[in-house]
Design a protein around this ligand. Sequence first.
Ligand code: IVH
Length: 325
Amino acid sequence: MSERRARELRECLNAASLAYYRAEPTGLTDGEWDALLQELMVLEAEHPELQTPDSPTLRVGAPPADGFDTVDHKQAMLSLANAFNAQDVVEFDRRVRERLASQGIDTVSYAAEPKLDGLAVSLLYEHGQLVRGATRGDGRQGEDITANLRTVKRIPLALAGAGFPDTLEVRGELIMPRSAFDHFNAEQLAKGGKVFVNPRNAAAGSVRLLDSRITAQRPLDFFAYSVGHIDGGAMPGLHSEALALLGEWGLPINPLCDKVTAAAGCDAYYARVVAERAALDYDIDGVVFKVDRLDWQARVGQVARAPRWAVARKFPAEEMTTELL
Ligand code: IVH
């Protein structure tokens, strides 16, 4: 009886959060939401075994941990090679085409995305439930920050819909929106707390706190940008389609993600994002181009820590003027 009620409450609250972030009607007033969450908290307090990994009660954080466990990434979390101008991208595209030339391929489509300036994290879903969250660390081993990542409201605790692999690792960037950062820093200053130099440091500092109840108070956000290890299921053969599917399952996908063709398409995308950059409420430090076909990515391969099938075209470093008072 309690078990069934706990499941109903979890499903209802998780569906309402997803609807809220999709700007769809949640079907619940704020008061109803609070009452249902309260009911679930009471049930779980009475029957701790009813608290599942996707319980929305975990959003408030957990008592402080002694430290973080180490996590082995089943698939290394790579970094990106940089391009600093249009010519570097022309050369990147030429190298990609050369590696595919034996297949008679002469035009390549790329997934084009903003390069978000935050912190890379990995989310592991087992049967649709978020069971582990980790930092990138050195790419092979990171830190287990599950309790902290569960407090990030836009990270689904349970995937929506159906058809996801039994094991699905999602990778993406944890960020703090600029407006939220300004507000947060002003508050910290007013109460004599720690202020951060930029949203990236604030996001990184917030997600590595041993007390996830404090992380829960920080205005963090997340965008998924790739799929890592999967098991017991399949994903589409195009990176862009895989991202769209992650979006259907409730993961936030950046609205600037697009698809372009050849170096000329990459250049036009770069210009478009440069034009939109100032109006964005989060920091980006460039754009990323990824060979869209996953079988072609495999053929193009990787060197050391970076794939040869992707490149980050960085924005020129911003010139800042500091007024000395
Ligand atoms: S893909 C194999 N996509 O850039 C490619 N990374 O230098 C691995 N980043 O640590 C990453 N936005 O934190 C990818 N749209 C995006 C990204 C992105 C930001 C960061 C990521 C990674 C670093 C790589």
